[in-house]
Design a protein around this ligand. Structure first.
Ligand code: GRF
Length: 219
């Protein structure tokens, strides 16, 4: 199946984070909007816990912040989805960026924003992804596998973990002396570049999604 995606033009972004998110990818998107490397703005940051450092960073940057706790909606996924959708409508969002949001986004939200939800994963998908593969575990698995390269992936979100079509990847080398911590630290700046590039592509380029392949083209 082939899908044609028009450029979004200006991105009206909502960033989603979960738990105690640090928010460095969110910050990279904020900076890129401020510096006009991305056409558009981060209009709202949505978290799951009020104490998340990411939310404090967003407030400091003057961005609206909301906490929608999935715990409050336990057993009522539809109500959680509605609460998220209400916020997205209220801020006239056309692009959702998951940045350290480790939950599965409710299906109605994915359905309402086809090819308008992006996620970043700290590995070269389709390797080292899936439920429970996040943070340190990903880098441990990479080192154990013996691979000599790793990287990060920005992909469209579908209804599973880390399976949607890939938009941008950046790779780094794995050195003999690497630990999960050194790998994560060396990868982080590449994540920031990849996320900004992915948003820039989605706002400014025509895309054709052919099965799992995303290609840019000129209509
Ligand atoms: C990043 O490693 C990202 O790939 C993953 O969660 C981490 C979030 O880091 N999904 P930060 O909060 O953006 O600093």
């Amino acid at each position: 199946m082939t899908e044609i995606l028009e450029p979004l033009g200006e991105a009206q972004i909502a960033v989603f984070v979960s738990g105690e998110a640090r928010g460095s990818n969110m910050q990279a998107l904020l900076d890129a909007c401020m510096e006009k490397r991305i056409l558009g703005e981060v209009r709202v940051v949505v978290g799951t816990r009020a104490e998340a450092p990411a939310l404090a960073r967003a407030r400091d940057a003057g961005v609206s912040v909301h906490v929608v706790s999935p715990r409050k909606y336990e057993g009522q996924e539809d109500a959680y989805a509605e609460a998220l959708l209400r916020l997205l409508q209220r801020y006239a969002i056309n692009l959702v960026c998951l940045a350290g949001y480790l939950l599965r986004l409710p299906e109605p939200v994915v359905a309402a924003y086809p090819y308008r939800v992006l996620n970043i994963h700290p590995a070269l998908l389709p390797l080292f992804g899936g439920k429970g593969m996040y943070g340190k575990r990903v880098h441990e698995a990479v080192i154990e596998s013996g691979m000599k390269v790793t990287g990060c992936t920005v992909h469209f979100v579908d209804n599973d973990y880390d399976t949607g079509p890939i938009l941008v990847q950046r790779a780094i080398r794995v050195f003999d002396e690497d630990t999960p911590e050194t790998l994560a630290a060396r990868l982080l700046p590449e994540e920031h570049r990849a996320y900004v590039e992915a948003v820039e592509i989605r706002t400014s380029r025509w895309l054709r999604v052919e099965g799992r392949r995303v290609v840019t083209y000129h209509p």
